[in-house]
Design a protein around this ligand. Structure first.
Ligand code: ADP
Ligand code: MG
Length: 456
């Protein structure tokens, strides 16, 4: 069996699993070789190994065996970065469910429009999306709790609703989504009145709402930090659900370690599961999100690429703001009676939103520099953003970072993000190194001159 047969196997598997599962789990799977009837596949992260092993092993083996003569009997997963093999499995004791079965008027609070289908995946959120889908496909078993963190507007709430909607639809389980505020409000008894109408005492009402469910989604847990008593109640709720293998999904604007006022014993619980973070989107992801929104909302007017790039370049890192700009642009062009949306219309419509207006949309921006530098050094566009350290790639990358700093107004952290999520110190180091080299290295000087000419 070789790569061609593996590609054939993938084609067959593609028809047998959902598009979403295929693009999440199989697209990033590499074929290595076969040894002693064992196929070796390369995965980017332990999460893929765990999930594929428990969900897709049979389908992979059966499909491969239908294509080859000597049957395979197992799969071995190799971690791409030869990460240490972490043992994520946890034995969870099954305890009796204490919740009384009083009929609670159950509502999930899920927003239907937030789904996996309309969540656009890019470098900054791939891992979070994969983890979310793993939990959605196998709630309560592998990653419990799932802790998603990242700055505001990066898609945490969207992803959590997507998990909830998926579990409700596919597994038909009881899901409850609450914001931290809602949880605190329920706890402090503000909902007491409505529960009294049903003649249920408040404690029972609370317990039934929060314990008689299969999945609890708690959004923005950072707000829990200020409320000691509520933390304690959440701790009990958490334990009760967790002990019963009920899935818990939590979001926060910072990592558990940074939740300073949160009780230590609660934080310890979070480490039982999986923490994933969402980074700010790069330009490419922003462009794709705008395109997806345009498609999804069936916006009648054509929006040209240079307008999309203009928005993506200027809106900052908040996806919420990006959506706001798009809505504003549509509203503006409709109210003002423009039949066509072009760059001038967009600039006028969004001038108040984008504090800093760029001279031109696609001139000297980071992507253009990356593209021209990689073409010049004959390496791929992906390589320049990769982590590869060999000189033939590292030097062009440093040159590109240097030029980004020199020719755009972008900050070191921003440039780092656009280069595959590098730390700002890496960018600073690269710039200093190139500046230093330029003094003595004529060949480098000439190369950079040529590149700069191409960028003009
Ligand atoms: P957070 O909870 O992290 O503050 P949200 O989930 O509320 O962010 O996201 C803000 C808005 O941006 C939502 O309307 C959401 O649909 C959208 N959004 C964020 N990330 C994505 C993405 N990757 N694909 C599509 N839409 C996204
Ligand atoms: Mg949110």
């Amino acid at each position: 069996m070789d790569q061609t047969v593996w590609n054939k196997a993938l084609e067959i598997i593609k028809n047998d699993v959902s598009d979403l599962s295929f693009s999440t789990w199989f697209k990033n799977l590499g074929f290595l070789d076969i040894k002693d009837h064992i196929i070796r596949l390369v995965v980017p992260h332990i999460l893929y190994k765990n999930h594929i092993e428990s969900n897709y092993k049979t389908i992979i083996l059966d499909t491969c065996n239908s294509l080859i003569d000597t049957p395979l009997n197992d799969i071995q997963f190799i971690l791409k970065d030869s990460l240490k093999d972490l043992d994520n499995t946890k034995e969870i004791e099954q305890l009796e469910n204490e919740a009384d079965n009083i009929n609670y008027n159950y509502e999930s609070n899920l927003i239907k429009k937030y789904t996996f289908d309309n969540f656009v995946v890019g470098e900054s959120n791939t891992f979070a999306q994969a983890a979310a889908l793993a939990v959605a496909e196998n709630p309560g078993h592998i990653y419990n709790p799932l802790f998603i963190y990242g700055n505001s507007g990066l898609g945490k709430t969207h992803l959590m609703h997507a998990i909830g909607n998926y579990i409700k639809e596919v597994h038909n389980k009881k899901v409850l989504y609450v914001t931290c505020d809602q949880f605190m409000e329920d706890f402090t008894g503000l909902s007491r009145k409505s529960s009294k109408d049903n003649n249920i005492d408040y404690i029972t009402f609370f317990k039934n709402k929060y314990r008689n469910i299969d999945v609890l989604i708690l959004d923005d847990i950072q707000f829990l930090a200020s409320a000691q008593k509520t933390q304690e109640e959440f701790f009990h709720t958490f334990n009760n659900l967790h002990n019963n293998n009920k899935q818990i999904i939590i979001s926060s604007d910072r990592s558990p370690e940074d939740l300073k006022l949160l009780e230590e014993r609660l934080k310890t619980r979070f480490y039982w599961g999986l923490e994933v973070n969402i980074d700010p989107p790069d330009l490419n992801l922003k462009v794709n999100i705008i395109k997806k929104k345009i498609k999804g909302e069936r916006i009648a007017k054509e929006i040209p690429d240079n307008v999309i790039n203009y928005m993506a370049n200027n809106c900052g890192n908040d996806v919420r703001q990006l959506e706001g700009s798009l809505n504003r642009l549509i509203a503006y062009s409709t109210i003002m009676g423009f039949n066509e949306i072009n760059l001038d219309v967009a600039k006028e419509a969004l001038k108040d939103q984008f504090k800093k207006s760029y001279v031109a949309t696609d001139q000297n921006n980071i992507r253009k520099i990356q593209k021209i530098v990689s073409d010049f050094y004959k390496i791929s566009f992906e390589d320049i953003k990769s982590k590869k350290k060999s000189n033939n790639i590292a030097i062009p990358r440093q040159v590109a970072m240097y030029l980004c700093r020199k020719l755009t107004d972008e900050s070191f952290p921003r440039i780092g993000i656009e280069f595959g999520g590098k730390n700002h110190t890496t960018v600073m180091h690269s710039c200093t190194k190139i500046e230093h080299e330029l003094k003595n290295n004529k060949e480098l000087r000439d190369s950079i001159n040529i590149i700069e000419k191409q960028l003009q």
